[in-house]
Design a protein around this ligand. Structure first.
Ligand code: PLP
Length: 411
């Protein structure tokens, strides 16, 4: 025996395990509603036309190279990323109160946030919605931070448990950290209304809580970058006089570059007494974030950031990108309607309107773990045991099979 023989083998990651089983399945009618990645109407990955334009432009630039980026990343990318997120009229941008570091996609941004909090505020408790994205707690727990949850999904009404949510904010220790999904809540597909956002943010402000917005679906959810940034911008308006705001931004979905790991971490500073003080705090924070990044990845990956920087800084490509986001979001919305309508036509017991009212990549279908298991075993349809279905995996060729199979397992 060696020193390694007592190390326990862990079960496969729940989500990537589904991907593996799906790949091995030889049934030709198999359907992947597991992982959250966009597929076209033939079930194939889609390279966005705006990305193709940007790649062409980069490769035809004679100065193209593969040099290292700065520790904080590519400036043309982080500045563009900040502009689309906070908006051109953002008071925080005008007052130069944002520190931005390029990250290894959204996960990497969350990791920087967790490292930063564990280094400077290790006593803070981190609150996540119940349920939340499967990786959230793992990222913060890995930094030895104490994680807790706030009520979110009310299974009985298939809506947000606002009373429980607001009460959790009220009773959390003053100055806790609340992780909020900026839009397209994963896994429920349920976002607060504008009025609910105002109530949530006011309540957070009253408790001096720190807010961390996880923005993984901007533009992907509704097709409109501004609409999907509503909560983040309202947060900056309402809170940033008082407390800092963290934002973890992913470009995996809205640019469809899942594997290139393009993301950004932004820290919005609370307003200081004067500009000099702001500049001083910003420089200190930037140096600390760079120290975190330097010891872990040295500097962020360049390729995807260069592509996104091209798209964000060229009017023609930006316009194409806006169209691409509409293409993706409208196909998903169309498939939501198609699935709901087919279930209604089949007379499948229950009300399926939530499939249409939920937004983003996912639908929290309400199917039980047992039904999900039968869908996989008997019908070759793969989804997460919580009943979360990636609507992007549906298309005109498979939606009939999915509706009939759901009908069969529900009945
Ligand atoms: N946050 C949420 C809510 C997500 O759903 C995801 C991806 O599914 C991420 C963050 C991180 O994604 P990535 O690291 O691929 O950018």
């Amino acid at each position: 025996a060696t020193i390694f023989n007592n190390i326990e083998q862990l079960p496969p990651d729940a989500l990537f395990g589904i991907k593996q089983r799906y790949s091995k399945d030889t049934r030709s009618h198999k359907v992947d509603l597991g992982i959250g990645a966009y597929r076209d109407n033939n079930g194939k990955p889609w390279v966005l036309p705006s990305v193709k334009l940007a790649e062409h432009s980069i490769h035809s630039d004679p100065s193209y190279n593969h040099e290292y980026l700065n520790i904080s990343g590519l400036n043309a990318f982080t500045t563009g990323a900040s502009n689309i997120l906070f908006g051109p009229d953002s008071i925080a941008i005008k007052e130069s109160r944002i520190v931005s570091n390029q990250s290894v996609s959204g996960t990497g941004a969350l990791h920087i946030a967790a490292k930063f909090i564990s280094k400077f505020f290790p006593e803070k408790k981190i609150y996540f919605s119940k349920p939340t994205w499967a990786n959230h707690q793992a990222i913060f727990q890995a930094q030895n931070l104490q994680c807790d949850s706030y009520p979110y999904w009310d299974a009985a009404t298939k809506s947000i448990d606002m009373e429980g949510y607001l009460n959790a904010i009220k009773t959390a220790p003053r100055g806790s950290v609340f992780v909020l999904h900026a839009c397209a809540h994963n896994p429920t597909g349920l976002d607060p209304t504008n009025e609910q956002w105002a109530n949530i943010l006011d309540m957070l402000n009253m408790g001096d809580h720190l807010v961390l917005f996880d923005s993984a679906y901007q533009g992907f959810a509704s097709g409109d970058l501004n609409k999907d940034a509503y909560a983040v911008r309202l947060g900056v308006e309402k809170l940033s006089d008082n407390v800092p705001i963290f934002v973890c931004q992913s470009f995996a979905k809205n640019v469809g570059m899942y594997g290139e790991r393009v993301g950004c971490f932004h820290l919005v500073l609370p307003r200081q007494s004067n500009e000099d003080e702001t500049a001083k705090v910003k420089a200190a924070l930037s140096s600390q974030l760079n120290k975190i990044v330097r010891s872990e990845i040295s500097n962020p990956p360049a390729y995807g950031a260069k592509i996104v920087a091209q798209i964000l800084n060229d009017e023609n490509m930006t316009n194409q990108w806006h169209k691409d986001m509409v293409t993706m979001s409208s196909r998903i919305i169309k498939m939501r309607h198609s699935l709901r309508d087919k279930l209604n036509e089949l007379g499948t017991p229950g009300n399926w309107d939530h499939i249409v009212s939920q937004t983003g990549m996912f639908s929290f279908t309400g199917l039980t773990a047992d039904m999900v298991k039968r869908l996989e075993e008997e019908h070759a349809i793969y989804m997460v045991s919580s009943g979360r279905a990636s609507i992007a995996g549906l298309n005109e060729h498979n939606v009939d099979h999915v509706a009939k199979s759901i009908d069969e397992v529900v009945n």
